[in-house]
Design a protein around this ligand. Structure first.
Ligand code: NAD
Ligand code: UDP
Length: 316
């Protein structure tokens, strides 16, 4: 098996590179390092099963030889990143998806799109099943990400229906673990780094908004099961254990024994009030469900951030 992973130097992409190499795949990682970093794949350099191509997938993609699978993960993913790179986010979701699907068609490869729970927007149905069409503000600041991913899903289905490309769509919910960037603006890395450094914990709004956090090893196993399945319609992949953001901050304070104080900042525009995946379909069709408890996942992630923060000034 030869598998192309776009965004392979990012948080999730680099774990997928590891997982597939372990399964015996040859992996071609394509990334322009916009929000990823070579540190995430440094351990794979020199491995005969691994190749890195620095390239922007919003431009035409050339890969020589046979390709069996394309996992399209390239895209800024944290609200902080896609607000900083709105046009790049729209381009990689549209043109990047088009080019990746074009490569899949040319190579007769299986294609898997990394979509997101953000396609549900600020949801009015809770928890969110795959047949919910969502509640998205196209012209708000989050629209650049949400609409790009909705377009990417539509494009993927069009390539399936019109060109018979063998496609899969994963709707990924909040995922966490080692290799998240220290300052990527997301709640979980922010809270961990703030707690470890004794800084104030920045809660946006009253902290009663909810999210459901999936540990990276569970997510990657779910993506792999979806790749192997015959399911063409979107499948939610996430951990249904829902907590408030305030509770997440409290758990991190307890685990770190930090003296940091919580401070409250304005809630960003269109910030979803609730989010929880309905994973009935993944359980039934993929025979997959998450296994890692939040305490275990948080501890492993804290160990990573502790290491990252030790060399003074590194990335912080
Ligand atoms: P990340 O920022 O760590 O990784 C994204 C990678 O894509 C980075 O390495 C970046 O450099 C690369 N990239 C961005 N634009 C590119 C381009 N034009 N050409 C080539 N490479 C490009 O983010 P992540 O958290 O690993 O997210 C990976 C994917 O999963 C994204 O598509 C994201 O939308 C999706 N997703 C992630 C989450 C999550 O909780 N992390 C949730 C839902 C969906
Ligand atoms: N959030 C927060 N403090 C931070 C960063 C984020 O309270 O320092 C909130 C954010 O407003 C949202 C939730 O935490 O309600 C999850 O945000 P994140 O950026 O992790 O991802 P999202 O699920 O919004 O894409």
């Amino acid at each position: 098996m030869r598998t192309v992973i776009t965004g392979g130097a990012g948080f999730i992409g680099s774990h997928l590179c590891d997982y597939l190499i372990e399964k015996g795949h040859e992996v071609v990682c394509i990334d322009n390092l916009l929000t990823g970093k070579t540190d995430n794949i440094a351990h794979l350099m020199g491995n005969g099963q691994f190749r890195f191509i620095k390239h922007n997938v919003s431009d035409y993609i050339y890969v020589d030889g046979q390709v069996d699978n394309i996992l399209h993960f390239a895209s800024p993913a944290s609200p902080f990143d896609y607000l900083e790179f709105p046009i790049q986010t729209l381009k990689v979701g549209s043109l990047g998806t088009l080019n990746s699907l074009g490569l899949a068609k040319a190579k007769k490869a299986r294609f898997l799109l990394a979509s997101t729970s953000e396609v549900y927007g600020d949801p009015q149905i809770h928890p969110q099943p795959e047949d919910y069409w969502g509640h998205v503000n196209p012209v708000g600041p989050r629209g650049v990400y949400d609409e790009a991913k909705r377009f990417a899903e539509a494009m993927t289905m069009a390539y399936y229906r019109y060109h018979n490309v063998d496609t899969r769509i994963a709707r990924i919910f909040n995922t966490y673990g080692p290799r998240m960037r220290v300052r990527d603006g997301r709640a979980l890395p922010n809270f961990m780094c703030q707690a470890l450094k004794g800084e104030d914990i920045t809660i946006f709004g009253n902290g009663l908004q909810t999210r459901s956090f999936c540990y990276i090893s569970d997510l990657v196993a779910g993506i792999y099961q979806l790749l192997l399945s015959e399911e063409r319609d979107p499948v939610n992949i996430g951990n249904p254990e829902e907590i408030t953001i305030h509770q997440l901050a409290s758990e991190i304070l307890t685990l770190t024994k930090s003296k940091s104080k919580m401070i409250f900042k304005p809630l960003p525009v269109d910030d979803p009030k609730v989010r929880q995946p309905d994973i009935s379909k993944a359980k039934k069709v993929l025979r997959w469900e998450p296994k890692v408890s939040r305490t275990e996942g948080l501890q492993k992630t804290l160990a990573y951030f502790r290491d990252e923060l030790i060399p003074a000034g590194k990335d912080a």
